[in-house]
Structures are given as structure tokens and as C-alpha cells.
Write a protein that binds this ligand. Sequence first.
Ligand SMILES: [Zn+2]
Length: 140
Amino acid sequence: MTTGTTTRTTIHGNPGDTRILPAGLKVRLSPATNLPGSAEIKWWAAPVDEEAEGWPTATLAWAADVGLGLGEGDVKVDPCPTVIDLRTPVRSERIRSFQPPWRTVFVYRCPTCGAEHRVGASRFLGRRPTPEIGGFVCGR
Ligand SMILES: [Zn+2]
């Protein structure tokens, strides 16, 4: 789940029928992938939980559907908290290096946000690079 905090007060709706989303509010975010990339709206915001702390009641009803549209500067997105298992890379890559001339990196994809991470191999079975044991926080 992607979360963030609103950085400024935003006004939604049409003239005469507007709802306000205040600044400093914790929100749950869904990427606005249903809109073209050029659209100003980048996220749909909804309450993090059922208590919807700090949400104005009138605005809450609007968020129940798709969410309230927020642009790039309207919200500070929290770093992704998902822990990625080091034993499960999606693939490995050989990258050109100086000495030795090739290095292996393992590529991981975050199941929550889709971010790709590359981790250089530092563990070997014989001469074969092997994924590490443990995990790391996505943080993107
Ligand atoms: Zn992530």
C-alpha cells in the first residue's frame, strides 16, 4: 500500500460544488494509471483506514469512489515499506566492469510498487554468483 501526506490544501469538484482536502493529512494513494501521462492528476487519494482521521465528512464521500485526484506537488509520497526477499531475484545480469571484466548483479522487482533494484553479487558458490540470504526494504 502506498501512503503519503498532503503538502497543501487542495480544492476538488466544480464551481459551486467543491470539497476540500486539507494539508498535512495522511492518505492512501493509488497511481492514476487510468489517465494519460500528461494529466495533472498523478494519484487518487483515499483515507488510510476506516477512521479517516482529519478528513472532512463531505470530502470523505467523494473519496469513497475512485478517490480525490492529487497532482505531483500536492502530496509527499512515503518511501515504500515492502521488504524484498534477496533469495528471489527476477533475473541476473552481467555488467561490464574493470577488474574482473564482468560482474553479476541480481535484479529484484518490488511486488508493491514495481520498482526495480539491482544488487551486486558478493556471495559465491564456488565461482558462481549466488543471491544473498535475507531481505531489504524497498524504500522507493
Ligand atoms: Zn516498493
